[in-house]
Design a protein around this ligand. Structure first.
Ligand code: SAM
Length: 213
């Protein structure tokens, strides 16, 4: 029997190639990252999951919000991306950041406090948002009422074609499939209460927030 194809292979290859230049490419989206982390409403001592944490660009903001008593759990399947997150943790000498190298679908997510997490961030993680098993795995690790923020690319209105051209170009080298770009949050929304979606960058980016049921 032929070996079953690895469903993560496409995304893995994509980010293996991008890892050396990723932090420079993402500089444009820094204000979105700040808005997304602020929207989580983290408090000192909280545990937060960074699903698809990449090179760890959100870690400094998350660490600032949860403080030394909090806990951050980053999950990332691409070793070349995660190596940079490890380096960030090492340089800052943070002892409360756990980095898990695995697809979010398969990660064993456990907090050092043995309580379920207070929040989860999905920052520019389209492939993860479109994977029902990944969403379920993160939801299981969250307490009821936990704050969830997702943000990333989305199609703008059809007449905003220059924006959609930008979204198309950016998506081509950052997602495995363009499917779901009209409403990337749809699987997540089905799991959350108080769900809201805002637009940024002329409708080419969304920031969604809700609370785990
Ligand atoms: C655009 S990057 C975003 C990285 C980070 N969240 C940020 O804001 O800079 C998307 C990341 O998701 C990771 N990824 C994609 N599918 C994944 C999966 N199923 N499980 C874990 N990581 C995944 C990629 O390897 C990549 O590092």
């Amino acid at each position: 029997m032929p070996a079953s194809p690895n469903p993560h292979q496409g995304a893995l290859e994509q980010y293996r190639r991008r890892a050396p230049v990723y932090n420079v490419e993402l500089a444009l989206f820094e204000p979105i990252r700040r808005a997304a982390v602020a929207r989580l409403g983290l408090r000192p001592g909280d545990t937060v999951i960074d699903a698809g944490c990449g090179t760890g660009l959100s870690l400094p903001l998350l660490r600032e919000a949860v403080g030394p008593r909090g806990h951050i759990i980053g999950i990332e399947q691409c070793p070349e991306m995660l190596a940079q997150a490890h380096e960030c943790v090492r340089q800052h000498r943070w002892h409360n950041v756990t980095l898990i190298e695995a697809p979010v679908e398969d990660a064993r997510i456990t907090s050092t406090t043995h309580h379920r997490a207070d929040a989860a961030l999905f920052h520019f993680t389209h492939d993860i948002l479109r994977a029902p098993a990944a969403i379920s795995n993160v939801m299981r690790a969250l307490r009821p009422g936990a704050s969830v923020v997702a943000c990333g690319l989305k199609w703008s209105t059809p007449w905003a074609w220059p924006v959609n051209l930008f979204v198309f170009g950016a998506a081509l080298h950052s997602v495995s499939s363009l499917d779901g770009l009209a409403q990337p949050w749809s699987l997540l929304a089905a799991q959350l209460d108080e769900f809201e979606v805002d637009s940024a960058l002329a409708g080419g980016v969304f920031i969604a927030h809700g609370r785990r049921r």
